[in-house]
Design a protein around this ligand. Structure first.
Ligand code: DX5
Ligand code: ZN
Length: 219
């Protein structure tokens, strides 16, 4: 069983102190840093882009798990690779050719993820699933932190785990949105091995990041 990894989302961090917030995540035991990139077009919110990621790179050696909620995405992939992303995750709806975008990310020497919104079915990526490093299952509709976990995605996680085991695929199953201390165990049992969390990591236990990450890992 792969060990549980926590990828805290900096969307819930203090955006005026992102560098020190990332340091706190590393010191708190985070395995990856989940960077939510939003363009106000693919999702109704706007966050950060390549210049900010480039400046944050020096604050940690942890992998930057960059979640691109932007469209069109293909022409911007190289900018995020150059800015210091380690994993680049895209939404199938945001590219005209998923296979080409996946191949571009791999050519740039980065790990590639594909994200499925709650309403997006596994068949959307099934032809490419053997070539991705990560499937990011959205358990909220993308755009904002602090939303409620959507339990209907548990079946999708179980199905992905079945496909992975039956075919000995290597992709990680990461779940993103509304993860907290009461649902993380059921999400892991369904087959996830990476949990994204913003609100729970930054806000629970009076903002004790280390305690919150450890508690999520102990599930
Ligand atoms: C939402 C983002 C998520 C979100 C998670 O569009 O992709 O990563 O920030 O935040 P919480 O854990 O607060 O739901
Ligand atoms: Zn995300």
């Amino acid at each position: 069983m792969k060990k549980i990894q926590i990828s805290p989302s900096i969307l819930s961090a203090d955006f005026s102190q992102l560098g020190s917030e990332i340091k706190k995540l590393e010191q708190g035991g985070a395995d990856l840093i989940h960077v939510d990139v939003m363009d106000g077009h693919f999702v109704p919110n706007l966050t950060i882009g390549p210049p900010v990621i480039k400046n944050l790179r020096k604050y940690t050696n942890l992998p930057f798990d960059v979640h691109l909620m932007i469209s069109p995405v293909h022409k911007y992939i190289e900018n995020y690779a150059e800015a210091g992303a380690d994993i680049i995750t895209i939404h199938p709806e945001a590219t005209e050719n998923l296979k080409e975008s996946i191949n571009l990310i791999k050519r740039l020497g980065k790990k590639v993820g594909v994200s499925l919104n709650p309403k997006t079915e596994i068949k959307t990526l099934i032809d490419e699933i053997d070539s991705v490093d990560l499937v990011l299952v959205m358990s909220v509709n993308p755009g904002f932190g602090g939303q409620k976990f959507m339990p209907e995605v548990l079946d999708k996680i179980k199905e992905l785990k079945k496909i992975k085991e039956e075919n000995q695929y290597h992709f990680d199953i990461e779940v993103d949105g509304g993860i907290n201390f009461s649902n993380s165990k059921i999400v892991l049992e369904a087959g996830a091995n990476i949990l994204v969390s913003g609100t729970t990591v930054f806000k629970e236990n009076d903002g004790n990041i280390k305690a919150n990450i450890e508690k999520l890992k102990s599930m």
